[in-house]
Design a protein around this ligand. Structure first.
Ligand code: ZN
Ligand code: ZN
Ligand code: ZN
Length: 366
């Protein structure tokens, strides 16, 4: 992302802070920091913090040994960089950059140890979570961000197609998970963040960890996998079957697919995101499986796999162009089977753009 885009994000954060009546924002190494200034050092015990106070130039406080690294970040021209050496007291330095009274927003990933030390350094300050400030800014992706999400989705689709081009029956879940991770890297991903391979009854656990279980004839298999391309994540799920499916698996897959179709069809600007959840849940409840849909319908995605907004009853975020999130209804019958279908979608000016193109029918593989 270009310097100009980061400087615009910094200005937007500053005016949002001011409008919310907050006196400052402290952001540690995190996706928030990557979003604001394109800087992503490793979080550690030595504090690094971007400090934004409305009306002032943003200041990046860094350990001296990382000053050279920080000076190369794309937003460096818009920042004052201040460093502190090992043996010095960094919390006093950070606390002195914000007013001594009022409410400061703390980045959601600020370590408890760092926040507690800042509270000791400036006891009259009050703190609030920065998610309420930065979440809505990050939720609407610009064209560059949408491009990265599109490339990530296409890479995940290509990885799945290549995986399913050869038989996977007789292999262990762990083996298939490794194959999927390798294929994500082959298809343009910088990382393979997660590869869920849940076969047969294991598929009833949505976040199953791959085991030594061998994929056998008739097993439904939930494949849920993703990683990042240029920092932006893919997250795709398909449920396949090894050999002939049981009538029950076929029927449940049809219900989940109908729920997925209904949810996707409900997406357009101006609609509350919880309506997307209601659309998916309505189909599954009408089919008699309401109790078996044990999670929300989706989550925002971008620099993090899970980020606001969330397609769930409690989230009344109004959809706007540029918002990206998953649509992933599922049905889980403990001890028997599980089915989930997941795509990443982007809200457009007048509807929705589905970023994934993998087939959604129950794919029969060898
Ligand atoms: Zn999940
Ligand atoms: Zn997923
Ligand atoms: Zn997901």
């Amino acid at each position: 992302v270009e310097a100009a885009a980061h400087l615009a994000r910094l200005r937007a954060a500053s005016s949002t802070l001011e409008a919310a009546g907050l006196v400052g924002l402290v952001v540690p190494p995190s996706p928030d920091l990557a979003y604001l200034i394109g800087y992503a050092p490793m979080p550690m015990e030595r504090p690094t913090a971007l400090v934004i106070v409305p009306g002032q130039a943003p200041i990046l406080v860094v350990p001296t040994l990382e000053r050279a690294l920080a000076a190369r970040c794309p937003a460096a021209e818009g920042l004052d960089i201040v460093d502190w050496g090992d043996g010095e007291e960094p919390y006093r330095l950070i606390a002195d950059l914000v007013p001594s009274r009022g409410i400061v927003a703390a980045g959601d990933r600020l370590w408890g140890s760092h926040l507690l030390a800042l509270q000791v350094a400036s006891p009259s300050l009050r703190w609030t979570a920065a998610g309420a400030i930065l979440g809505p800014l990050r939720a609407r992706k610009d064209p560059q961000e949408l491009g990265a999400l599109r490339r990530a989705a296409a890479g995940a689709d290509a990885a799945l197609a290549e995986l399913l081009a050869t038989p996977i029956g007789g292999r262990r879940e762990t083996e298939v998970a490794r194959m999927l991770a390798d294929l994500l890297l082959v298809h343009g991903h910088a990382s393979a963040a997660f590869t869920i391979v849940a076969s047969g009854p294991n598929a009833a656990s949505p976040h199953h960890e791959a085991t030594d279980r061998i994929l056998g004839a008739g097993d439904g298999v939930v494949l849920d996998f993703g990683g990042d391309v240029d920092g932006y994540y893919s997250d795709t799920t398909r449920t396949i079957v090894v050999g002939a499916p049981s009538p029950e698996l076929r029927e449940i897959h049809r219900v989940v697919r109908d729920a997925h179709t209904a949810a996707t069809a409900a997406i357009r600007p101006g609609v509350e995101i919880r309506e997307i959840d209601r659309a998916a849940r309505g189909v599954i409840e009408a089919a008699g499986y309401g109790e078996a849909f044990i999670h929300r319908t989706g989550h925002g995605i971008g620099l993090e796999v899970h980020e606001p907004p969330y397609a769930t009853e409690g989230d009344d975020t109004v959809l706007a162009p540029g918002m990206t999130f998953s649509v992933e209804p599922g049905i889980y019958l403990p001890g028997v089977l599980g089915v989930r279908i997941e795509d990443i979608v982007a809200v457009t000016d007048d509807g929705v753009d589905v970023l994934n193109a993998s087939p959604r029918e129950l794919l029969v593989v060898g």
